[in-house]
Design a protein around this ligand. Structure first.
Ligand SMILES: Cc1cc2nc3c(=O)[nH]c(=O)nc-3n(C[C@H](O)[C@H](O)[C@H](O)COP(=O)(O)OP(=O)(O)OC[C@H]3O[C@@H](n4cnc5c(N)ncnc54)[C@H](O)[C@@H]3O)c2cc1C
Length: 504
């Protein structure tokens, strides 16, 4: 630590972002004389949604030294093998596709998939739907947990689903046990030094709370980063149309438990279905330019078979985009305060983790100095833009013709430059891997994920011809037999979770 004078950090906001930040900072620094305080307002409350993660969440809990047996039962958490996307494409054979999580142990089937996809994109008639090639898809279909028995020598990557408020409670316990001071109060005013840095926050009951460094976790209100420091907000609305959501829980339909998120396209957006151990979380993400609140709730209820059910729906507004700089002066914005992309790939908490870890890494090198600020901001902005690009591709590739919403998405000419290059190379059957490698420093999703979405949505030339004899084509039945053979080595999802509960 090269700046021993400045040692008070104040985190404003106690949603998932606030408590994740508190837990990470406490784990790394609390023992080193840095005083960390988290201040949250009970009157304002948290957003309380955000139930899916990416595989990065595994590294988060590993870092904190919290085992799955400790946290998963407490948060009604389940395993997530990947995400299924029904009804985004109308092309025959491609009406649904699955975005798998995978590991290096999947290299053989991934190579087979790439081989067939490359031929199919050059207009040869070979099977190139990703679903046939990934163990993860078969695990999800078979409602298995992604935990192979030791005999296989195989491992796969996975993520989680969980109850957002329970995870906040768990992290609050962790952080406070590791020395984080917890203050419940509402900020009424933010005080600045003459040079513009933040000096402290005035609260309703506790007076002025001062600190040397501030973390803005105030959600969409962005009390410190936007309202006080005036950092501009870049909207993604021209690229991602959705700005509203309506959420409704449902009960389980049978004794087995899915191990995937299902994201089904509806008339003006899509609906998530996320399995927790005690219920499903469901929510319709849509664009207010194409649908109003009543219409969205009606369509969601219809989709869930809940038209007459007495379950209250929650309506949410989403500010979609990012701040120009997450780190400004002596303030770092983390979570919804720094930006948000709609939850199609459940990336928000991954960005929280990336932001805090990147900041901590640079702090270790340069203390609270501004030395690495631009570097941190560039990295975080690249993550936001990279995720936006991948999410946008879902909309660009849709082939639905039933509503204006889907046509407008497909015909949207505000195509980010990197996405335009990917599409151009793909559409002419060029070397997409080379293009993705050229974009590597800005790419958040791996080439495999890009190939999966392009192939899975059926973005291929029409009227393919028979492959020439000398071309090497992989028979999808071989991949299928291999993947199905693996299933026997994975436990039933519900049984695996019950085992975890027993071990806790
Ligand atoms: C519809 C929807 C679905 C989502 N799905 C996912 C998903 O599947 N996966 C995922 O990773 N993310 C998802 N997210 C995002 C996720 O919900 C958030 O990233 C996460 O909950 C973190 O929110 P937050 O802590 O930044 O903000 P919030 O939960 O809004 O917390 C804000 C905090 O700031 C405090 N605060 C605000 N103003 C003041 C003040 N004046 N004084 C004191 N305290 C104040 C509040 O009390 C609260 O504690 C989703 C978001 C939406 C909208």
């Amino acid at each position: 630590m090269n700046d021993p004078i400045k040692q008070r950090i104040l985190i404003v906001g106690g949603g998932t972002a606030g408590w994740m930040t508190a837990a990470l900072l406490a784990q790394a620094w609390a023992g080193r004389g840095i005083e960390i305080t988290l201040l949250e307002s009970k009157a304002i409350g948290i957003i309380g949604v955000g139930e899916g993660s990416t595989p990065k969440m595994r590294r988060f809990f590993d870092r904190l030294g919290i085992s799955e047996a400790e946290w998963m039962p407490r948060c009604n958490a389940t395993y997530k093998c990947g995400i299924r996307f029904p009804k985004w494409s109308t092309r025959k054979g491609y009406q649904s596709y699955y975005h798998p999580f995978f590991s290096h142990d999947d290299d053989v089937t991934i190579r087979a998939f790439f081989q067939n996809v490359t031929l199919r994109s050059r207009n040869f008639d070979v099977h190139a739907h990703p679903d046939a090639f990934f163990v993860s898809n078969y695990l999800a279909r078979g409602r298995r947990a992604p935990l192979p028995d030791a005999t296989t020598g195989y491992s796969t990557d996975y993520a989680y689903h969980f109850d957002a408020s329970l995870i906040g409670e768990l992290l609050k316990d962790y952080a406070t046990e590791h020395g984080v001071r917890h203050v419940v109060d509402t900020v009424t005013e933010v005080r600045q030094h003459e040079n513009g840095d933040i000096a402290g926050v005035m609260t309703e009951a506790s007076g002025l709370v001062e600190a040397d460094f501030f973390v803005d976790c105030t959600g969409f209100a962005s009390v410190l980063i936007c309202k006080t420091l005036g950092v501009p907000f870049h909207s993604y609305k021209d690229v991602l149309f959705n700005d509203r959501a309506v959420a409704l829980p449902t009960t389980h339909d049978d004794d087995t438990l899915p191990s995937e998120t299902v994201s089904t396209a509806l008339e003006a957006g899509w609906v998530w279905k996320i399995p927790l151990t005690n219920r499903f979380g469901n929510g319709y993400v849509y664009s207010s330019d194409f649908l109003d609140e009543d219409g969205a709730e009606r369509e969601l209820r219809e989709h869930l078979g809940l038209l007459d059910a007495d379950i209250e729906a929650r309506h949410l507004k989403m500010r979609v985009g990012r701040v120009a700089r997450s780190w400004e002066r002596n303030c770092l914005a983390v979570g919804l305060s720094q930006g948000f992309m709609e939850p199609l790939e459940a990336t928000a908490l991954m960005v929280v983790q990336d932001t805090v870890e990147t900041f901590m890494q640079r702090y270790e090198q340069g203390g609270f100095s501004d030395r690495y600020r631009a570097d941190v901001n560039d990295k975080i902005n690249a993550i936001f833009d990279g995720v936006r690009n991948y999410i946008f591709m879902h909309y660009k590739l849709n082939s639905r013709d039933d509503t204006e919403y889907w046509r407008a998405n497909r015909e949207n000419s505000n195509v980010p430059a990197d996405v335009a290059r990917i599409l151009a190379v793909w559409d002419k059957g060029g070397d997409l891997l080379a293009e993705l490698r050229a974009q590597a420093s800005r790419l958040v999703y791996s080439p495999t994920s890009w190939y999966c979405i392009l192939a899975g949505m059926g973005r291929f030339p029409r009227s393919p011809k028979k492959p020439k004899k000398k071309l090497q084509v992989v028979d999808p039945r071989e991949a299928q037999a291999y993947c199905e053979g693996m299933l026997a080595h994975f436990p039933d999802h519900r049984a695996a979770l019950s085992g975890l509960g027993a071990a806790a």
